[in-house]
Design a protein around this ligand. Structure first.
Ligand code: DER
Length: 258
């Protein structure tokens, strides 16, 4: 259908435009769109892909790489790669999906509860390629998505939930495993997930409009504030790329969306 064909087209385009045959380490994200990235990579000549190593971001990602018979390398083993001992970053490019992308290319991620390993792989990558169909593009984060996905220690979920309320979250809730599993979702790392609804986030360039007392934050500021709550392990707000290209891309997207 329309969405699946948009996802497949986005996956193929991402590989065509961003997978350089000279690359040796490629991060593979999680979710449903990423399978089209792996599908496109698996169609490349084995002479190319056999020279590459694919770094998963969780169980589902690992299974995608294995099913495509691509060489697997866990991020833990990345740092034993001799040729990368002195390199600043270790993965050439990381492909991953997103739940929302705003005009400055900030993302909400974690719909699949894989964002701890996704952010590790993204942050040790030279380039992060977000592969998302048209439904994910929003003017500001939390326009459509229910809340910020937060990986938390199972020891203190209620404490974290109260901490989130104190900074303006509206009825944050522990993500249930139903219908697949009674009780909370348990992540690949053995943790729980809290989804924290906030009012629509601003853009980072709108920091002057922030009002934390009313739960009005920028992505950067909210990410940093949530990480201060003891028991929080990772936060499904991906920022860090708000260079001129992003703003230009965002402006173009805004014009296109009108
Ligand atoms: O959890 C995530 O961040 C995943 O990348 C995922 O939510 C992406 O969504 P998709 O299944 O629509 O590709």
């Amino acid at each position: 259908d329309l969405v699946e064909s948009a996802k497949r087209a986005a996956g193929r385009r991402a590989v065509a435009e961003h997978l350089d045959t000279a690359y040796r380490h490629i991060g593979i994200g999680s979710g449903s769109t990423i399978k089209y990235v792996v599908e496109a990579i698996a169609e490349l000549p084995a002479s190319q892909t056999s020279q590459m190593k694919f770094v998963p971001t969780g169980i589902q990602s690992r299974e995608l790489i294995r099913a495509a018979r691509l060489p697997l390398l866990d991020i833990t083993d990345l740092f034993t790669e001799k040729e990368y001992e002195d390199a600043q970053q270790y993965i050439d490019v990381c492909f991953d999906g997103a739940d929302e992308v705003d005009l400055e290319l900030n993302c909400i991620k974690g719909g699949g509860a894989c964002h701890l390993q996704e952010k590790m792989v993204a942050n040790y990558s030279r380039k992060f390629v977000c592969v998302a169909d048209y439904r994910k593009q929003v003017p500001r984060l939390l326009t459509n998505w229910v809340g910020v996905p937060i990986e938390v220690s199972p020891k203190i979920t209620e404490g974290v939930r109260r901490g989130l309320i104190s900074i303006g979250a509206q009825k944050p809730f522990i993500r249930s495993g139903l219908p697949g599993k009674a009780g909370p979702v348990v992540t690949d790392n053995g943790n729980h997930v809290i989804d924290a609804p906030f009012p629509t986030l601003l853009l980072n360039s709108e920091a002057h409009l922030m009002d934390p007392s009313r739960g009005i934050w920028t992505p950067d500021a909210l990410l940093n504030r949530i990480k201060q709550i003891s028991g929080v392990i990772e936060v499904g707000i991906f920022t860090g790329y708000d260079g001129p290209e992003a703003r230009a891309a965002g402006a173009n997207a805004a014009r296109a969306a009108q």
